[in-house]
Design a binder for this molecule. Structure first.
Ligand code: PLP
Length: 385
């Protein structure tokens, strides 16, 4: 089969399965409102959980940084791209989360790829929750290490997989709050299983950091666990983009030598690092606490109001509230009907989620008000399934 035939077939298969992905250019995609083709929608699809993408202090910090430092970093952090603003942010993150060091990455995807690629060798084994994010599972699949997946949030299955003989080292991989289901990992159980076999633990807390735990310190702090490797991302509660890996002094020095995404990629703009410091300051402040409380109230109101819906509500207590529909075409139609009534929701279909579990991934944020949640519920109750 030629390149062209292969591509045509893959795209055709996606269309036939009602799984063809398309992107929508928006005039505004984060925050309370989404603007598309001149129409305003209540936005139940963004990961801007605390509404910080629109926070005046964060915007001002970015503007001020751009005026002072310019808009780009000018190079890899190993050449000229590492600025004092990056160092300050790394120090603040390490201090906040209780680690020796934090290393900044351009995205969470890059951070996950870099960590796994730099660590895992042929004789090693990666044992990952089977619902881990694509960036983790892809990195593990591409690495020369053996990959084993444990049943979602099943500490006993994890322990059984870890008990099998292995020549090298083992790395356990999971998330704090799962991106498509919104449920939390039983981190204490996972950490105990890892510790029992001298495996290291890597937790990606993209959806927990800033939102859960005291002071927004995330899922690990909330559950009293300190993984050897903690990945936090800035595209969700921080309202910007980028990521950091929290680790020991020695591991940070190792990554600076061997993590190729750090070495061969342009560093994030210093102005962005400055804006991220402002976002961190908000997360740590009373303003951040109030935003977390508003979000918690919306989650409670939504879950209470969603009883009796035609679609099953999951057990998620987080800002991510999936409504599992099952069939791809039905999910797409439901999303369309909700949009027609002013609620922007996104249909998530396989392969992003397991076959037969197409869903609306509803997200609530502190930028919403009680009326937004009430409107969403009213529209959903109008659906018969
Ligand atoms: C759990 C998880 N990890 C990593 C990522 C990737 O992070 P980023 O968007 O910063 O590349 C995402 C989603 O974006 C995610 O949901």
């Amino acid at each position: 089969m030629s390149w062209q035939q292969r591509i045509d077939r893959a795209v055709a298969e996606r269309r036939e399965a009602q799984a063809f992905r398309q992107r929508q250019p928006l005039a505004q995609g984060a925050g309370r409102w989404l603007m598309c083709e001149g129409r305003r929608y209540r936005n139940f699809s963004s990961n801007d959980y605390l509404g910080l993408s629109q926070h005046p202090q964060v915007i001002r910090a970015w503007q001020d940084g751009a005026e002072r430092y310019g808009v780009g970093s000018g190079g890899s952090a190993h050449v000229t791209g590492y600025h004092q603003a990056h160092l300050r942010l790394e120090e603040q993150l390490a201090d906040w989360l209780g680690y020796d060091r934090a290393l900044l990455f351009i995205s969470g995807f890059a951070a996950n790829q870099a960590v796994i690629a730099a660590l895992a060798g042929r004789e090693d084994r990666i044992v990952a929750d089977r619902l881990s994010h694509a960036s983790l599972l892809e990195a593990a699949t591409l690495s020369p290490a053996q990959l084993r997946r444990f049943q979602h949030n099943d500490g006993q299955h994890l322990a059984r997989l870890l008990a099998a003989p292995v020549e090298g080292q083992q790395l356990v991989v999971t998330e704090g709050v799962f991106s498509m289901d919104g449920d939390s990992a039983p981190l204490a159980e996972v950490a105990a299983a890892a510790r029992a076999t001298d495996a290291w633990l890597m937790v990606d807390d993209a959806h927990g950091i800033g939102v859960v735990g005291e002071n927004g310190r995330g899922s690990c702090s909330q559950q009293g666990v300190k993984p050897e490797l903690l990945v936090v991302t800035f595209g969700k509660a921080f309202g910007l983009s980028g990521a950091a890996v929290l680790c020991s002094q020695a591991v940070a020095d190792y990554f600076i030598q061997f993590a190729r995404h750090l070495i061969y990629s342009t560093a994030m703009p210093p102005a962005q690092a400055q804006a991220l410091q402002a976002a961190l300051a908000v997360i740590q402040s009373d303003d951040g606490q109030q935003r977390r409380e508003i979000l918690a109230q919306h989650i409670a109101d939504f879950r209470r109001g969603a009883q009796g819906l035609a679609y099953a509500l999951s057990g998620s207590q987080s800002a991510i509230q999936p409504l599992i529909v099952g069939d791809n075409a039905d999910t797409l139609r439901l999303a369309e009907r909700l949009r027609a009534q002013g609620c922007w929701v996104t249909a998530i279909r396989p392969p992003t989620v397991p076959a037969g579990t197409a869903r609306l991934r509803l997200t609530l944020t502190a930028a919403h008000d009680a009326q937004d949640v009430a409107h969403l519920l009213e529209v959903l109750h109008g659906e018969r399934g």
